[in-house]
Design a protein. Sequence first.
Length: 327
Amino acid sequence: MTTALSPAPFDAARFAEFLRLHHLPARADAGSPEAYWAALTWEQREDTGLDPETLAARYAEFLTLDRPPGREMALHSLDVLRGRDKSGAPERYDLRFAPGDVVCLVGPTGAGKSRLLADIECLAQRDTPTGRQVLINGQPPGDAERFSGESGLVAQISQNMNFVIDLPVGEFLHMHAESRALTDPAPIVDQVLRAAVAMAGEPFDADTQVTQLSGGQSRALMIADAAFLSPKPVVLIDEIENAGVDRRAALDLFVRKGKIVLLSTHDPLLALSGSRRLVIRHGAVQDVITPGPEEQAMVTRLVEIDARLADLRSRLRNGERISAFPA
């Protein structure tokens, strides 16, 4: 039953999640926000800093802005409608992305690659310097998609990954898995860890402190986490070529998970590996290139060269002397 104190339908599991996220005392026997409030002691009510009306209003807002953990938003298309370049001239292209797309952004430093990623991250509605508009499944996003972090569509992996929490990797991943309300976090945590170690090339385990991870290990962990644990269907990556990560493995992982990936890069292997390449100059998309047979053949050769360079890096890391280029 819905009352003035309980403006949204009651869901015991969602209410328990609401209490946990807001650090409120747990009550398994609460059948409604009103019953929960009535069951609290006077001291517990004081500690919450709330009154019953505020509690009910926050729960109603939680139901509006937050999807149940672990449920991925159904995204069929992401459109970026053309804006303007740095001089105010109109862009040439409207862009559409679909699940499984890997789209690479190329252009000189300062060309506007990060600005395009930022427009997508904030689901711009003609309210950024570029004047672009982002559509979700052909429609402008609502406030819940734009302004609720947990309900948002976009995960971003930046050039600098710094952890502010000092936990073992395994515990960190378990916390994230539990926040997604997974009934059995252990298998997915193991998957994330194995994928991250495979991409990083430098071994670490569940007992390694996250603050002790190298740049490449941190980036690999966040890539695997975003692929397996994040419900967000769009992943924005700003430069992974200098992080010591197996870049092709990272892209393949996102494709298998059905993510839309937009990647800013200067790396030839990555730039040629995407389904499309956006050429950014003077703050705007100046060209859209689909790799042809010649470029696809070049990727095969670049993969061979990259494998040799990876072998060389590994041998140098292990202190070996190098007498010849790896065959």
